[in-house]
Ligand binder design. Sequence first.
Ligand SMILES: Nc1ncnc2c1ncn2[C@@H]1O[C@H](COP(=O)(O)OP(=O)(O)OP(=O)(O)O)[C@@H](O)[C@H]1O
Ligand SMILES: [Mn+2]
Length: 440
Amino acid sequence: MTNFSFYNLVLLLCLSFVIYYSLNIYLFNDLQSTVSKSDFSLAEHHALSKQVTKGNSFSKNTTSNSLLSVHKAIVVKSKILKPVFRNKNPKYIAIKQKLLSCFFPKTYNSSSVWKIANSWPNANVVFPSTDKLIGAVINALTTDSIHSMKNSRRGTQLKLVLELTNSQLVLFKPSWYSRDEIMNGSVYSGKDRHNSEIVSFHLAAILNLRYTPIVAGRRISLRDSIKYADAELQQTMPVVNNLQCVYGVCHFCKSDEIVCDDQQNGTLEGAVLFTIPGKIIKYRSPWQRTYKEQLKAEWEKNDNYCALISKKLNFDVLLDLIDAAIFDFLIQNGDRHHYETRENRVLLLDNGKGFGNPFVDHIDILAPLYQCCYIRRTTWERLLIFSGGALSETLEELNKLDSLYPLLNKNHYVAIERRLLYIYSTVELCREKFGNKTLK
Ligand SMILES: Nc1ncnc2c1ncn2[C@@H]1O[C@H](COP(=O)(O)OP(=O)(O)OP(=O)(O)O)[C@@H](O)[C@H]1O
Ligand SMILES: [Mn+2]
C-alpha cells in the first residue's frame, strides 16, 4: 500500500468516526424535542433509511430542526443498531418450546378447569409463566358447552357474555373483518379485531407481561345458540339472507351493523376472553388522545410531561404503563384511553384495536417510553431475548395452536419485527442520554 492511499484510509476512518458520533449526539439532543407527526408509513420509513445509508441526512438538515422529530430519530437509529439487536439470541429457543408445550390445547375437566383458571390471578398477573394447564383452559374456552348468552353492557362495542360450565362467564368479541382488511385513517379507527385479542394474549406470554386475559378463538353458531339468548339479546338477532345475525345493545350497536353466521359453515368467528376475577378499577390514561384532529393533548405539547405525571403516579404503575406502551406499539393499539388495575397494578384489557394496518407505525404510542426514558430491566432483558426474528417466529408458532389460525397475515409479522427495532432504538437513545438510569 502506498503512503498516499494509507493516509487516505486513515482520513476516511477518522471522518466516519466523526460522522457516526455527531449523528448520535444529534439524535440524543433531539430525543425530547416536540413531536411534529405521529406516524410513519412504510414509504417514509424507506426514504429515511436511504438518507441514513447515504449518510447525508443530518449534516444537511441542521437548518430545519423541526423536521427532525423524536420519531425520526428513532427510525434513523433503528438503522444503525448493533448486531445484538439484529441477530437471534439462542436463549429464546428454550422459552419458545416451554410456551408451546404449555399452550398446546389439552383435554380438561369442565368442573375443575374454571376453578383452576380463577385461582391463578395474583395482582395483575393473570396466568402462570409455565403451566401445562394453560392449554386446558384454552381448550375449554374453545369447546366448553354454552348454557346461556346475553348482551354485555360493558364498553361501547358489541360483546356477548357466554355462560359456560359451572356458571363461568366469558366474553365473546365477534369478527368484523377479514384478515387482510386494512384500517385506514386514525390510529383508533375501526371496530375491535377479535384476532388482535387472541394474538395479544400470545404476545403477552412471550414478553412475560402476563396481564391480558386468557383468550382463544371460537366459532359459534348463532342459529343454534339463539335459544340460549336472553329476551333482550334475541330482539337484536335478525335473520338476514337466511343467515342468523346479531347487532346487540351497546353505544355503537346499530341494526344496520350486524355480524352473522357465515354461509359456508353456519358459524360466526370470535375471540373468547376469560373474565378476570376480582376488583378491577378504571383510570383515565395520562397519555389519552383527544380524539379530535385539531386538538392536541397535554402530552403531545409538553416536553416535560413525564416529570409532571410521575409526581402523580405510583412508580410501579408508571413502569406498567411504559410496558403497556411497548406492548401497544407492537400491536399498534392507539386506543388505550383508560387503563385498568387489579390490586394497584395495570392489566392489559381491551386489546381489540391492534393489527389494523401493517404498513404504518404510529410512533407516538411509544410516548410513555421516550418521554420518561424508563423501562423495567426485566422487560428490557426479555425483549433482548426475542431479537432478530425470534419474536414473530415464536408468536406465529403460538398462533398456529389456535383454532382460528391463521390469525394474522405475513405483513403483520414483518411489522412486529420492524416495530421491535424501533423499541430497541428508543431505549438505546435513552441510554445514550441517561445511561443505565433508564433501566429500572
Ligand atoms: N377479560 C376481561 N375480564 C374482566 N373484565 C373485562 C374483561 N374484558 C373487558 N372487561 C371489562 O369490560 C370493559 C369493557 O371491555 P372493553 O374495554 O374490551 O370493551 P370496549 O367496547 O372496547 O370498550 P371501550 O369502548 O370503552 O374501549 C372493560 O373496561 C373491563 O372493565
Ligand atoms: Mn375498546
